[in-house]
Design a protein. Structure first.
Lengths: 161, 149, 159
């Protein structure tokens, strides 16, 4: 008569290896996905930072142009009224500048593209050098603005959960 | 007798097959663990590098084109250190004048040539000393206002 | 006949040792994976808190740098960053501060009284402090685990 001997250990290894493989695959995928997501967010922040300083540098180059022009206008004009008139005419002729009058002074705004969704607005107040003021302009605004379309979530939370 | 041997042999066979699958899975997964860890460490380094470079650039702007301190060393926990031997990261900020550089930082506008060419440009680089890899770099220009004569 | 039991014992022992070795390897790989995941998540959480909060505050400062209307003060024992802007001819101030373990933001008319509890929670942090040194704003954020990060922002506009 043949004797059936049940080997109790059979199958334990399979169960163990299935469990272990499940664990290590889960951990490895979770770790990799989390690290990748964090890395892409960090890249976006560093790109945005680099774009901002690039825009600032371009804005400073434009300020150098403005400074040069105002200095030549001041040298050519003998008085304040002529200086401001000449400056106003110069900025009006260039479409990249928007003029405004604030506190009865001439101010000029120009914009530099920062990224696809942001711009940098620089507001410059034109000054006439004399007395305690040796400068031709001063910066009264250095603001970034989001220009991308943004659809806010206007849904109202009705029932808490 | 035969049944005992076949019992052990069966178990051994199962164990070997299990070992095979386990080693295949762990070969792939351990690679992913290493990649995830490297990526995570690199991300922390990049974030710190961005913040430090930004701090330096803002100091440059606030100082109106003047910057104090050109080289800073950091240990593996990103804590400032004076000891170069313990340093793992280096922040290098140097200021030059546009007149001595071939082009403006953005490299695109012609305005750089209109300015008298004396505007300070700050080049900031954060790098890992061991492999020389650059974690983050910035180049910023500041226009120093002309004084009326 | 007498050799069979010893072979049998050795046979089982060899297989058992192999099984134990395999189990030990499997457990060590699982523990390694758990350790790596734990470290990745810890890095991600710490990174997220300080990076996001500082990026948010820096962006708010960049968006409000006008007429030098950025100031730092202490209100109700809290370090408060005040950003003033004009909307439709009216002056509004956005206050950024940390109350408890939360970074908060409060936008209201400049002449309205400041109430720390009225602010909207932005995110959870450990603490926040701001200092102004001339034209340089020093911002410092600490996460819940005590990790601190600092940055500086220059106020470029003048009044």
């Amino acid at each position: 008569m043949t004797k059936q001997r049940i080997h109790f250990g059979l199958g334990i290894t399979s169960i163990l290896v299935i469990f272990v493989i499940l664990c290590i695959v889960t951990f490895s995928v979770l770790s990799y996905v989390s690290a990748k997501a964090d890395s892409s967010l960090s890249s976006k922040v560093s790109e945005n930072t680099a774009d901002y300083y690039d825009a600032c540098s371009r804005a400073n180059e434009k300020l150098a142009v403005i400074d040069e022009k105002l200095s030549s206008i001041a040298a050519a004009c003998g008085n304040q009224a002529a200086y401001f008139a000449e400056a106003e005419e110069y900025f009006a002729s260039d479409p990249s500048y928007q003029q405004s009058y604030s506190k009865e002074n001439l101010a000029v705004v120009f914009t530099e593209d920062l990224s696809a969704s942001q711009v940098l607005h620089v507001t410059v107040q034109i000054l006439y050098p004399g007395g305690s003021n040796p400068w031709y302009y001063k910066i009264t605004g250095w603001e970034t603005e989001n220009v991308a379309e943004w659809n806010p979530d206007n849904s109202v939370h009705v029932i808490g959960g | 007798m035969k049944r005992q041997h076949s019992g052990s042999a069966l178990f051994l066979l199962e164990l070997i097959i299990a070992l095979l699958f386990f080693s295949l899975a762990s070969a792939v997964c351990v690679q992913m663990f290493v990649k995830a860890d490297t990526l995570s460490v690199r991300t922390v380094d990049t974030s710190k590098a961005v913040l430090l470079a930004q701090e330096k650039a803002e100091e440059f702007y606030a100082g109106e084109g003047v910057l104090s301190g050109t080289k800073e060393y950091f240990d593996r926990n990103w804590i400032r250190t004076d000891s170069e031997s313990k340093a793992v990261y280096l922040l290098d900020a140097s200021v030059s004048r546009t007149g001595s550089e071939p082009g403006s930082p953005s490299g695109s506008s012609a305005a750089g040539s209109v300015s008298s060419g004396n505007d300070p440009v700050c080049s900031i680089t954060v790098q890992k000393i061991s492999d020389g890899s650059t974690l983050f770099s910035l180049k910023v220009l500041y226009h120093q206002r002309r004084e009326a004569s | 006949m007498t050799k069979k039991p010893s072979r049998h014992i050795v046979d089982i022992l060899a297989v058992l040792i192999l099984l134990i070795l395999f189990t030990a390897c499997a457990l060590s790989v699982v523990l390694l994976g758990a350790g790596v995941y734990q470290k990745t998540v810890a890095n991600m959480t710490g990174n997220f808190t300080v990076r996001t909060s500082l990026a948010y505050i820096t962006e708010m400062v960049h968006q409000s740098d006008s007429e030098g209307n950025i100031s730092v003060s202490e209100k109700d024992g809290l370090s408060v960053l005040a950003l003033q802007k004009t909307y439709g001819g009216e002056a509004y101030t956005t206050y950024i501060y940390a109350e408890g373990n939360e970074l908060k933001e409060l936008t209201q008319k400049t002449d309205a009284e400041f109430k720390a509890s009225a602010g909207r929670t932005i995110m959870e942090i450990g603490s926040f402090s701001a200092e102004k040194d001339g034209r340089l704003l020093h911002l410092s954020v600490t996460d819940e685990n005590g990790g601190t990060e600092e940055t500086s922002v220059a106020v470029r506009s003048e009044s």
